[in-house]
Design a protein around this ligand. Sequence first.
Ligand code: PGA
Length: 254
Amino acid sequence: MARIPLVVGNWKLQKTLSESLALVTDLKNQLASVRDVEIGVAPVATALHPVARRLEDSNIAVYGQNCHHEERGAFTGEVSASLFADAGATGVIVGHSERRTLFGETDEGVARKVRAVMAAGLRVIACVGESEAERDGGQTEARVSAQMKAILGAVEPAQVVSLVIAYEPVWAIGTGRTATPAQAQEVHAFIRAMLRDRFAAAAEGVRIQYGGSVKPDNAADLMRQPDIDGALVGGASLKADDFSAIVKAARPRT
Ligand code: PGA
């Protein structure tokens, strides 16, 4: 089954509104001719709606970086998936390792968010990945398996078209240390096998992105691997030239 690569820039807590608009204006120009790659950016929540407006009629979609699992209510400071949809988002990233390690998100909490994003009719980019200590201790598959089980339990078979998994080894995020293409492919194949167990043939259509120090000079080698279907890009997504080069390194699967 052909899988169209998905490359998304995760801006994290970076960029003012005017900086965000300047960046997407450059991206819109640089990426206008790209076909057969899906492209997205995840700005800070306060910039999301203006960025979505600026990207109307472009080939670049907008994603939230995190959401609350309830739709509305007395939850000071939170944003729900349906409000991201209302503001123009196509999907929401959930379970990023920074959410898990800095804000105490559990596998169960991530599963609640996956359900909420699906219920809002949006795409989920659900992140998984082991820490350095887990990798060194031979626990990579055990950790990723536990994270995946929680995510898979929150997705009905009919919703699988809206599911994207991002494999992001924690030791590679923001460190300049990328997993080798072979290391990443090994875990992507493991994730694909779990998807097959849950969704049978539909698993072949699920995109599995790699994230963790993706740069213009390593993107093509990573995305050439059979189960690496795009990238979730942090630092390098903050510069139009770098992010455009990464998008252009992606090739559709046949
Ligand atoms: P990085 O971040 O590309 O800066 O390593 C990736 C991510 O956190 O999604």
